[in-house]
Design a protein around this ligand. Structure first.
Ligand code: 5RP
Length: 295
């Protein structure tokens, strides 16, 4: 006897409803395993497909740089506005409340300080500790054209191997040496090498000319570093141009935490990245939040 739902028993198998099977739309990531995709979704907002990463890992080679002297005072008020934090495990354990539930990109390479040759890095975090910390990605610096180029590329490939074993994405960070030209040709080379060797996403610098060729030739998402502090208006324009030219977001540090009003700045950056707010309007938004005038 069919029951009141019209089925033979109390089960409903929705025989006329096709199984839900949605593609994972983050660039180049559809073939990854579930854990990897889940971790990437902590960094890249599944709605916009973009990310505002707040970078404050600078201390791993610079020590207590300006505005990172007391991360508990200057950075903690900002973390609620970030999709992901990029930081060292030392700061994560010592300073970030474990009630924080969004993305954590752990700095996983290191070695030399600003007093030495920066490209001479080694792997600085074990996968087991990254998993223990519930990290959503491990970040490794790659010095294409640098003195220790091969060593740094080897750091990336070793982390990719172990990351693939455990479902941990690797962020390849393209580091540009002091004497190197920052142009699209270099960024294309460095980003593409990171992606080819297995990075799940790549951090690079924005270049004003032909940046869209950098994003187009990289098969995985690109986020841009902010670089040295520039006026807020210019930093917002840079973030806007980057996402309009194919970047999946920003991994920004100094242009947020060294801003005159870091809380206002990170919210303006969010509007640019997630809502495509134009830079002029975003700057007005920044000024409004800052409590200044829009003159
Ligand atoms: C340090 C890094 C930083 O995370 C990166 O440079 C982002 O910070 P900023 O926006 O200040 O450049 O990778 O090597």
């Amino acid at each position: 006897m069919p029951d009141k739902e019209g089925t033979q028993d109390s089960h409903n198998y929705y025989l006329d409803v096709p199984a839900v099977s949605e593609p994972f739309t983050l660039k180049g990531s559809n073939s990854l395993d579930w854990g990897m995709k889940n971790r990437l979704s902590k960094t890249f907002d599944p709605d916009s497909g973009r990310a505002v990463m707040l970078a404050f890992d600078h201390g791993y080679f610079m020590g207590p740089t300006s505005q990172l002297e007391r991360i508990d005072v200057t950075i903690l008020p900002l973390i609620k506005y970030a999709d992901t934090l990029m930081l060292t495990r030392g700061i994560l354990r010592s300073t970030i409340p474990p009630t924080y539930t969004r993305g954590i990109v752990v700095r996983a390479s290191g070695g030399p300080s600003i007093l030495k040759e920066l490209s001479n890095e080694e792997i600085a975090v074990d996968i087991e500790d990254a998993l223990r910390l519930n990290a959503s990605a491990m970040a490794v610096q790659v010095f294409i054209g640098g003195e220790y180029e091969t060593q740094s590329v080897n750091n990336l490939t070793c982390l990719v191997d172990v990351g693939n074993r455990y479902g941990m994405p690797v962020l390849g960070v393209t580091a540009v040496g002091r004497d190197m030209v920052r142009d699209a040709k270099y960024m294309r080379l460095a980003s593409r090498i990171c992606a080819e060797l297995g990075a799940s996403f790549v951090k690079t610098y924005y270049v004003p000319e032909d940046f869209e060729t950098v994003t187009a030739s990289c098969p995985v998402p690109i986020v841009i570093a902010g670089g040295k502090k520039i006026p807020e208006q210019d930093a917002l324009k840079m973030a806007y141009n980057a996402v309009q030219q194919g970047a999946a977001g920003v991994d920004m540090g100094r242009n947020i935490f060294q801003s005159e009003d870091p809380e206002a700045m990170i919210q303006a950056v969010r509007a640019v990245v997630h809502d495509d707010m134009e830079p002029e309007q975003a700057y007005e938004f920044y000024l409004t939040l800052k409590g200044g005038t829009s003159e």
